[in-house]
Design a protein around this ligand. Sequence first.
Ligand SMILES: Nc1ncnc2c1ncn2[C@@H]1O[C@H](COP(=O)(O)OP(=O)(O)OP(=O)(O)O)[C@@H](O)[C@H]1O
Ligand SMILES: Cc1cn([C@H]2C[C@H](O)[C@@H](COP(=O)(O)O)O2)c(=O)[nH]c1=O
Length: 210
Amino acid sequence: MKGLFITFEGPEGAGKTTQIARVKEYLADQNISCTVVREPGGTAVGDLIRNILLDPQLAEINQRTEILLYAASRAQLVEQVIRPALENGEIILCDRYVDSSIAYQSYGAMWSLDEVLKVNQVATGGLLPSRTYLLDLPVELGQKRIKSRGSKKDRMEQKEKMFHDRVREGYLALAQSEPDRFRVIRADAGIDEVFRQIMADLESMLKAKR
Ligand SMILES: Nc1ncnc2c1ncn2[C@@H]1O[C@H](COP(=O)(O)OP(=O)(O)OP(=O)(O)O)[C@@H](O)[C@H]1O
Ligand SMILES: Cc1cn([C@H]2C[C@H](O)[C@@H](COP(=O)(O)O)O2)c(=O)[nH]c1=O
């Protein structure tokens, strides 16, 4: 594949959306176009699945159903958007991907890692990002940021703090197990400082792509 597939991961309120917008703006200033997508969602099918997954009224979604729905949204996104864009040499900035399923459904909800990996292998055909920025911060700080955003909590945000603590631990374990792909970013800093940390790495990735 000729393109560049970059994902942004992290607990709730880590600043992924904010930083992706900054990176997109930076790239546009350099006359470099990119495609921004988010999960679950990013396609018409995926957006419908997102509505189900995040509906705060649907507390009874079965754990296996949840894993499959996240993976179904991902399969649609990979085939409809990500793979074609990469084959066209484009840069993809993706807000969450397979690592979210590992962190939330396996570490957070304590479901079998093996099952999560198998389902996601089918969903993605094994497509992995070249770089993953893990925006890491204490769970309390992310929750405080979400609260000040003022919107109603979605189904996943409603889960207890211990769930979100396990998610954070899961992400850090993933980053440790794949140091070549992951860069851990201290997301408890100001927006400009977080952006600086990301760009310190991304600049070299962009140079290598040219
Ligand atoms: N470094 C930062 N310092 C302070 N506030 C921030 C920072 N980054 C983002 N925010 C604010 O925190 C809130 C959450 O940010 P954002 O939506 O970018 O996070 P996210 O990781 O995409 O959240 P989610 O997990 O819901 O997808 C927003 O109100 C945003 O303006
Ligand atoms: C892709 C993916 C996401 N999740 C969770 C993580 C968040 O709680 C929501 C998505 O909301 P956001 O505002 O867009 O961050 O879904 C998950 O549990 N598993 C996944 O694979």
